[in-house]
Design a protein around this ligand. Sequence first.
Ligand SMILES: Cc1ncc(C[n+]2csc(CCOP(=O)(O)OP(=O)(O)O)c2C)c(N)n1
Length: 585
Amino acid sequence: MTQNEFPDRTGTTLNGAQIIWESLVREGVKVIFGYPGGAIMPAYDAMIQYPIHHVLTRHEQGAAHMADGYARASGEVGVCIATSGPGATNLVTGLATAMLDSIPFVAITGQVPSHLIGTDAFQETDVTGVTLPVTKHNYLVDRAEDIADTIREAFYIARSGRPGPVLVDITKDAQQQSCTFEWNTDPIELPGYRPEYNPMDADLDEAARMIRDAKRPILFAGQGVVMSGASDVFRQFVEKTDIPAACTLLGLGGFPATHPRNLGMMGMHGESWVNSAIQDADLIIAVGMRFDDRVTGNLATYARKARKIHIELDPAEINKNVRVELPIVGDAKDVLSRLLPRVEKAERPEWLAHIDEMRGDSAVRDIKDMPDHGKLYAAHVIHDLYRYTEGKALVVTDVGQHQMWEAQYYKHDYPRRLVTSGGLGTMGFALPAAIGAKFACPDENVWVVVGDGGFQMTMTELTTCLQEGIKVNVAIINNGYLGMVRQWQQFFYGGRYVSTPMVSPNFVMLAEACGAKGIRVDKRDDVEAAVRAAQAHPGTCVVEFVVEQVDAVYPMVPAGADLGDMIRREKPGQHNPIYETGKDD
Ligand SMILES: Cc1ncc(C[n+]2csc(CCOP(=O)(O)OP(=O)(O)O)c2C)c(N)n1
């Protein structure tokens, strides 16, 4: 049965479990990720009557990340479902991940029957209590007649304004009770919830004046550019004003990486010339971002010479970390579309030449262009992955060094083609999020870039790929360490590598045991063939890239340091113990 052939059951008597699915179908849900259990069994039993595909995950954390990956790749609301107690608590990491990155998804959980609430019943947990700080909103529903309206509200809250995850906890008896099913289509109005803002013309005029007067302006693209669909107007804005633009990690792809005015990523592992340009700028125009500490470094010394315009949907973000001269609260696409006709066409050769000069000094430190002495470095792998996927893959990364190398060396020209956990930095995110992304975009060439540590957190989801018959390509960057933590130990803890060397299983055999193809590569010359073989294989393929164990992501702004105060990779000819010996001595 397709969703179009679906009979209209409004006005008929249904049970709460059926109403859950009726509501989800009406919200346009086609796929849901979940794991069954006692308190959600009525809902699972009713599911069979509905045109929604259920993906049985191997862990509820996987279900939450899949819903999240689905939402990030498609721009639609993702949905996951779990039972009460341990099922629901296993969603918490996924909810927190989505919360910090403003990702819209709805989690449905079963709860013990209402008469048992508060009795420490089997698998009872106060799920609304547990998830309150990691959801945009949550609900406990204990009557069948409240289910439809609650689910409708949950979707509205998840997708409106600044998006976020919403949880609906439904008692088992509410799923079993019957009532007349009604689907309200009136606009939703919630007291105290004002998701839309209309910026004043006077503020837009003032912004245009500030831009006209600036000599060294810089634009920032945050995730708001991607999420509001502002990429095109952002590019037009750059081209008209000739203002160079930098991206946050989650803003990558919001403005094409290969555009001549794209400076690259800012922040802790951003490009050194970007961080220097920020410290030199006289005007910052930040669009859809929240000045995270990984972006600003020391707030006291951050961009002191710059006046600041902050275009942001969520008024709570204004002046939270960085004080700004001109806040403009509104949707990025809407604000930029109204600002574009107000700004003057300009050219900024001096400012751009100054930034290029700084870029020149960095280019000679680029590991990609250094002799590799026959060794395989992670940066080479990512760069080659970019080449042999022609920059068109949908890449889902995990968290660690490989994530930063991906951000530096895979040039994303399109929005929603990089899926990564930014705010929470959740290891174990990549494989399940990639499965969600593959369901959202079945025709995309989906690549997972993951460390040997993070892969081992959720690698069980490989069998979800097997069960669903879906294909994702997995690039494990195996450096034998929890690399990013090892790097901090190297720089800040005297090289005492406590609990970061990591033993891995035979990933090729593991992949084969899970019904996937497995390939191991330890030479640069073999990277191309492996990427091509993975892409040609009809099913899921895992490529283990065995890379140099001791390498660091450069540049690095130490946590809390001045943004301009970066640890740099040595220039060729300078002493570089890592490159000369392959050992950290
Ligand atoms: C769930 C979780 N636990 C711990 C961390 C802390 N952490 C950040 S990066 C990292 C190391 C990642 O190692 P690996 O997955 O091998 O990737 P690499 O850094 O080597 O590329 C750790 C432990 C985290 N981000 N998430």
